[in-house]
Design a protein around this ligand. Sequence first.
Ligand code: BGC
Length: 795
Amino acid sequence: MRTRSRITLRRALVSALLLTTSAALPLPAQTTPSRPVPNKQLASRELNAKVDALLRKMTLEEKIGQLVQFSAGFATGPGSEGKNQRFDEMVEKGQVGSFLNVVGADATNHYQHIAMEKSRLHIPILFGLDVIHGHRTTFPIPLAVAASFDPAMGELVARTGAEEARADGVPWVFSPMVDIARDARWGRIIESNGEDPFLSSAMARAWVRGYQQGDLSKPESVAVSVKHYAAYGAAIAGRDYNATDMSQITLRQVYLKPYQAAVEEGAATLMSSFNSINGVPATANPLTLDKILRKEWGFDGFVVSDWGAVGELINHSIGDGPTVARKALTAGVEMDMEGNLYGTTIAAQVRSGKISESVIDEAARRVLRVKFALGLFEHPFAQPSAPYQPTDEKRARTRKVADESIVLLKNDPVEAAGTLLPLKDKNKTVALIGPMADDQADLLGAWAAGDPKYVVTLRKALEEKLGADHVLFAQGCGLLNGQDAQIWAKNGGPQPVADENATINEAVEAAKKADVALVALGEPAGFMEGEAGSRVNLGFTGNQQKLLEDVVATGKPVILLVAAGRPLEIKWAAEHVPAILEAWSPGHEAGHAIVDILSGDVNPSAKLPASLPRAVGQEPLYYAQMPTGRPARNADLSHMPANSEEKYLSRYVDEQNSALFPFGWGLSYTTFGYSNPTVDRASIPVREVMASGHKSLVKVGVDVRNTGSVAGTEVVQLYMRIPNVSVEQPLRELKGFTRVTLNPGESKHVEFPIGFDEMNFYNVDLRQVVEPTTYDLWVGGSSLADAHTTLKVVE
Ligand code: BGC
């Protein structure tokens, strides 16, 4: 399938630190809360007694076998071809603890029967798989799910994926991906929750709850592998697999936050990342893997390397095969994915005394804990299941998530006619134009296991809604042209459009005959998005920009629909097209969900989880900017225009600093008003905040009113700034969000509880502290929120 081809696939805890007194502010001893155990199942005495009893029977080789994973199915990385022949024998000898990419009852049971019936100790194999946005039923990409600002949606996607994966013999998923992604050049932004640690942490928790169901032994729950630990999303220059380099404050305060949230939620496993962090590869990094993950967060699960990442440490130049294997294992990577360096080099190093056998015992213990917790010893086999068919119920789930994920970026009035959206008159004729209008695979999105044949295209859904005679379809052009299109075709993509001048002309003619043109453009999901999908150009690919400009030139009103896995550069469109929707890659119910929004059957409520740039040169672009001594802002706080004559400011001379559409942005068919921002306590002592643990102490309130004429849902957002403290803090940070549904004229009082978790920051000693100052708080419908109040934190 094209979407899985090689080219495509590419706690707390207030930690002990937090409670450590800062020199200036000694804390009373009674404020030290005990650290909660993140996953009670993995920590249980009974389970660990079973693990230890088994460990006592195991030979060194059998223990090491538990740390070895191979891909015995399709490849999701380089170099796995031709190894499959010996797997039966290896399983029988206890030399493999896990396989990835083995799916379905027949395939998984094949190996499981050998493990359970022929291997000496009958230890079940743990099958792992990438379940990224659903398994058989394909949901919108994770970035789109994050746009819902609705953790219930993340939980639903994960729960459905868990049910389907488990039915397919897979009790372990390589998901959720919680890397903070602030650079749209990086293709893997599609798998992320975007740029913000608060939103990402909330979504990370939700996905973990959905997959693990709070109980790994349930027949329909799966263990997660939270990836890619750590800071992979900060790859320098947005180039995949590249190094990352950042202060430990940024690492802890921004990049590690969602992992910590996932661990607090009980994540059973993590996956180490390909990148180095400040010069130390993440796959052999004692700071992140041992000190932070195990000692500070109390993680009891195990860490699997990313594909071949242990072997790639040789390229990172930290040693030869045996050395890198030792470094990875002793740092805290228990399982070697698709590398076999553990299988071939560790035993000798234990015998020679280079590695203590206790390291192997601890690593095997961690892997076996997860196998016991999942109930694999009691229920190792998958039951044969009927071939997948999307049921109405499954379709309703994915349509609901897609409905909540489509962002209305712009909806300007078009002269006397008012706004183009929602489409009002059923009898109007719509020219449906563009390569995303009738394309199943690309609307499905990158890294989707679901079958594209189940995708409802926009064309199909629009024809259902308006009647085929009211839809004039003309593709106009392909997603790619020239050599790119040839390469893609060779790798399972569509055949290039032969003469795009002619097909663009057809589209222009269709627009002229219609009342309104709906232009659906995007990015080839299977080719340019996801792993190894970094780009330096973020405009529309192929001839799509020309197609859009030619259609706009007809003078007909145009609605632009963007279906892409990353923020694209759409400045021209934002200046020339009155109505723009960001649909991302919506999955199986793509067309129905887009038409729900176009028609107004569903009032859009989604918000951007990542800023849309004006120009690619702004990347990495995110709203939570740090202060500068030379801010490029006008007196009214708007950003300087590009042609300003003011120099020596922190600005680009040829473009504005601000995003084209900022984080948290998204319109509705109604409007919302904000008033009376308040705090229920005007001031609070530092000492009280420091001692409060996870408790909320103050409520930030605001009245939100539907000031328009239709019912709608608003994502109400709380932003904070902590000025005048020992370490500079961002100009704004998200600290709360909630979805509120209001009828026309209705208003509600919304409250955000805040406490230590929201108010602390890392000081130069890497301690989480609160210092006396006046906090700024803003509440509103985007990161431009302007209903302002303050909270004093006093000595
Ligand atoms: C990716 C991971 C994935 C693994 C297994 C790697 O190439 O980076 O996200 O889980 O392959 O397929």
